[in-house]
Design a protein around this ligand. Sequence first.
Ligand code: NAD
Ligand code: WQD
Length: 336
Amino acid sequence: MIPTILVTGGAGFIGSHTTVALQEAGYRVLILDNLCNSSPTVLRRIEQITGVEPEFVQADIRDGGALDALFQAHQITAVMHFAGLKAVGESTRLPLAYYDNNVNGSVQLLSAMQRANVNTFVFSSSATVYGDPQKLPLTEDHPRSATNPYGHTKLVVEDILESLYNAQAGWRIARLRYFNPVGAHPSALIGEAPQGVPNNLMPYVAQVAAGQRDRLQVFGSDYDTPDGTGVRDYIHVMDLAQGHVAALRYCEQARQDLLTVNLGTGKGYSVLDMVRAFEQASRKTVAYDIVARRPGDIAACWADTSLAEQKLGWRAGKNIKDMCEDAWRWQAASAG
Ligand code: NAD
Ligand code: WQD
């Protein structure tokens, strides 16, 4: 059997780009996804980019039997765990669905790994675990908190991983805290495809530029930031994907480890910075209105990236021009 990386949620936004990066780095990938927020067409798109269609199993991470069968049929050497639900607003309405998918799902997956003696695990955590920043840039030792069920699921899974690491020798675990992933593969064959009204800024901006939506609502212009709008650390999804390859290599070289690391660029841009950059990239106007703050939003957030550089030898290489150009190319291609 050929050594294989299991990528849960690999048909989704970040998982599909990471699959491309893994295949280009020489890894064989098996995707497990229940397709609740993605489409199987992504698999052929990945093949168009890399020349190899990843193996695919349509199953749920909460299905222990399906996981056991998969670990028996393949020589899985590591698991990258992207599968889960990620909409903050929805999580406040449907908390049980979030705890079930994200927390129970992770427990089921880790249990199946334990049964199969697979102990290398890369987890999609989030900068949301830092809550409202007490100081910037955010370092990994910043206190954690959660203001919504989604964020709490990330916090709980981080803790479960720590308990597991402390309980049993041999685990090699990376908890990767993503900042704001945006952009798309430069080929425009894969990208972010939100269902319905986008929750996040960049897909919304792209749809306004494309004429699919009238105007962007800018949530607040009275924050303590240079132009009053919210500031975030946007990271190109291909940089993020490369960060995963670096984290996997780090784990592969360790006898055992529990690594917690930020994946961001270290730079903060405001909502209006992003609107202007997108207008330049698309040569379209992005009409907007300033409206009230969105409840639960923080003013500003960006990463200290020194630990990622030191531990993984990785840093983000793409800038907001790249992010906006690739997001626009993807938007234009997927609308056509
Ligand atoms: P996504 O929704 O595009 O991808 C998630 C994939 O998981 C989807 O293809 C979905 O069908 C699948 N999935 C969901 N529940 C499943 C289940 N129970 N069993 C099997 N498959 C399931 O989301 P994404 O943006 O690619 O996010 C990937 C991961 O990164 C998530 O864990 C998310 O919480 C985390 N994350 C995302 C962001 C972001 O802004 N996109 C930021 C920080 C962390
Ligand atoms: C960015 C900025 C908004 C939409 C969320 C989750 C977080 C993480 C990433 C997974 C903010 C402003 C947005 C709009 C706007 N996901 N905005 N108009 O809030 O930083 O993070 O996604 O872990 O957990 O909370 O990202 O893209 O929603 O917002 O003005 O229509 O854009 O107020 O300042 P956020 P976002």
